[in-house]
Write a protein that binds this ligand. Structure first.
Ligand SMILES: [Zn+2]
Length: 134
């Protein structure tokens, strides 16, 4: 079911989006307005006119669902061997940084379409989970 793009007090973001100028789009999958700059796509979290939040209920639910899945995964994965056996080969592996406590970084883009998952190996062998919304 498609949801309506959110509006704020002043309605400026929705107004630009609905003018079909192409300046602002609404991403149905991410439940956020987006703005393109070069090859990068940025989400618009707050209206630049009135400052009101543009997070929809659907977006907040999406964030909660992703957070729960990542939490469940982080309970199953305790070491690097678990990472490979549960998630398979990473899309990208970053080298360890000898100046920090962080070992290799495993990045997965394709587990969920909405997020990029970063798993960092700590010196003690445990795994640090972080993720970003795509
Ligand atoms: Zn506004």
């Amino acid at each position: 079911m498609d949801s309506c793009p959110p509006t704020c007090r002043c309605g400026k973001v929705y107004e630009i989006y609905s003018s079909n100028s192409g300046l602002i789009d609404y991403d149905e999958r991410l439940k956020m307005y987006t703005i393109k700059s070069g090859n990068s796509l940025y989400t618009i979290l707050y209206c630049f006119g009135c400052g009101e939040s543009l997070f929809t209920k659907e977006r907040i639910e999406l964030d909660d669902a992703i957070q729960q899945e990542v939490n469940a995964l982080s309970k199953k994965i305790k070491c690097m061997d678990d990472v490979i056996s549960i998630l398979g080969q990473a899309d990208f592996v970053g080298d360890a940084n000898p100046d920090t406590n962080i070992g290799r970084t495993f990045i997965y883009n394709n587990i969920w379409p909405e997020i990029t998952l970063n798993l960092m190996e700590r010196k003690d062998g445990s795994i640090q989970f972080t993720y970003s919304i795509n």
